[in-house]
Design a protein around this ligand. Structure first.
Ligand code: FAD
Ligand code: SF4
Ligand code: SF4
Length: 375
């Protein structure tokens, strides 16, 4: 795996070492992709434990699945912030205390090392119950690589907006450390709920001190939501809409206030999409408040599920600038005149949808208003 110019890790073949065995072609999730299938059930759900919900991005369903797995003698694989390397990577957790490290969305590409993949293979071979959680493309890759051995694993993926580059994430942390004179960052919470679930906030803690509101942090989040820092391949995602082969897909239940207001207290409600019998059994075991909702109504305010991602034409400009100037400067420069453009695109889209030429969620256009963004 090597880093490309934008800072994303991607596979490269060393032609001097390649023996043309064809294994990469046989196991490539892109070449062996699945057709979109209709999920069997869809729910709005939330954990009965408010504290657990508060520490999760949405309704805490992932935390409950992880708890259930470990209580049954199993292990959980998921993304965690690693203080030593100051980066996000997949880890293996086999005790309840460490589930906290996996909780919460990290808006950056998570690294799955060869060592972690070897641990996963070994757990599966020994018949240990496994829960693996990741983005849909990671789940599809794990499925492809493990082949038939996958049967014992519960695979959980996320409704996915796309991932920013680890290099940009590292740069944000370095800028904060330099600007604030800090040695290291201890925790990064992308979805701090102090001001409510809808008011998404990045919260960075160092030495017990909360460093909210720093320009690099605001620009990093803005660039992610505006799709300026998203990996190129996320613009045409092949794994959303339950195509990853995951047993369960989790997301935020945006629009819950319209569909099931009784489950909305602004502390987080999960969108739970059941894709398999194994997923149904695992979800049925959890103690949650839930309501079955049809998939169209459930995803109406969440275009990411269907992969209705809009590319941002300024993405390359932003990433090129962010290599040479600070993230906030790159964001400012890239966004110049953009608010007007966004407004124009939005009005145009609305007019087109009124006259029936385009569905309301097509075309280019990004809203700066946090609460309107479906991430
Ligand atoms: C990059 C990204 C984009 C997302 N985009 C959307 C969206 O557009 N719409 C939407 O409704 N939901 C989106 N989500 C999912 C949402 O934010 C919640 O993660 C999801 O609803 C599960 O919430 P929870 O409360 O059940 O559990 P949580 O405790 O919040 O879930 C944590 C789980 O997410 C996994 N995870 C966290 N970060 C990463 C990462 N970088 N790479 C791989 N796995 C990770 C962890 O392994 C853990 O299992 C996104 C998540 C990520 C990571
Ligand atoms: S898996 Fe086989 S064909 Fe693919 S790069 Fe490696 S050696 Fe070459
Ligand atoms: S948008 Fe698709 S390709 Fe990008 S990280 Fe998410 S699942 Fe992977």
């Amino acid at each position: 795996m090597v880093r490309n110019d934008d800072g994303f890790r991607e596979p490269r073949i060393d032609s001097k070492k390649c023996i043309s065995c064809g294994q990469c072609v046989r196991s490539c999730p892109l070449l062996n992709g699945k057709m979109a299938k209709r999920p069997s059930m869809c729910y709005a759900a939330r954990s009965l434990d408010d504290d657990l919900r508060n520490r999760s991005s949405s309704g805490g369903v992932f935390g409950l699945l992880a708890l259930e797995t470990i209580n049954n003698g199993g292990v959980v694989y998921g993304a965690a912030f690693d203080v030593r390397s100051q980066s996000v990577r997949h880890i293996r957790v086999d005790n309840i205390q460490n589930i906290d490290m996996l909780r919460g969305s990290k808006y950056v590409q998570s690294d799955i090392s060869a060592a972690i993949f070897a641990d996963l293979k070994s757990d599966v071979r020994q018949g240990v119950p496994v829960l693996f959680s990741g983005t849909p493309c990671q789940v599809a890759a794990i499925r492809s690589l493990l082949g038939d051995a996958i049967k014992g694993i519960i695979l959980v993926d996320l409704v996915c907006h796309g991932v920013p580059s680890p290099t940009l994430f590292g740069k944000m942390l370095s800028e904060i450390k330099e600007g604030q004179n800090l040695d290291k960052i201890d925790t990064v919470t992308f979805r701090d709920k102090s001001k409510g679930w809808r008011n998404r906030e990045l919260c960075i803690v160092s030495g017990g001190r909360n460093v909210v509101g720093v320009p690099s942090e605001i620009a990093y989040y803005g660039a992610f939501l505006d799709r300026l820092s998203i990996r190129k391949s996320c613009e045409d995602c092949m794994f959303n809409a339950s195509r990853s082969g995951a047993d369960i897909t989790l997301g935020d239940f945006w629009g819950i206030e319209k569909v099931a207001p009784e489950l909305d207290d602004n502390k987080g409600t999960s969108l739970v999409i059941i894709n398999s019998e194994q997923g149904k059994k695992a979800f049925d075991r959890l103690r949650v408040e839930k309501k079955a909702i049809d998939i169209e109504s459930a995803t109406k305010a969440n275009p990411s599920y269907w992969g209705k991602h809009r590319s941002n034409p300024r993405r390359s400009k932003f990433l090129a600038l962010a290599r040479i100037v600070t993230i906030s400067r790159a964001y400012k420069e890239t966004s110049k005149g953009f608010i007007l453009f966004q407004l124009f695109a939005k009005v145009r889209r609305r007019l087109m949808s009124i006259v029936g030429r385009f569905p309301n969620n097509s075309g280019v256009g990004f809203l700066r208003c946090k609460s309107k963004r479906s991430v």
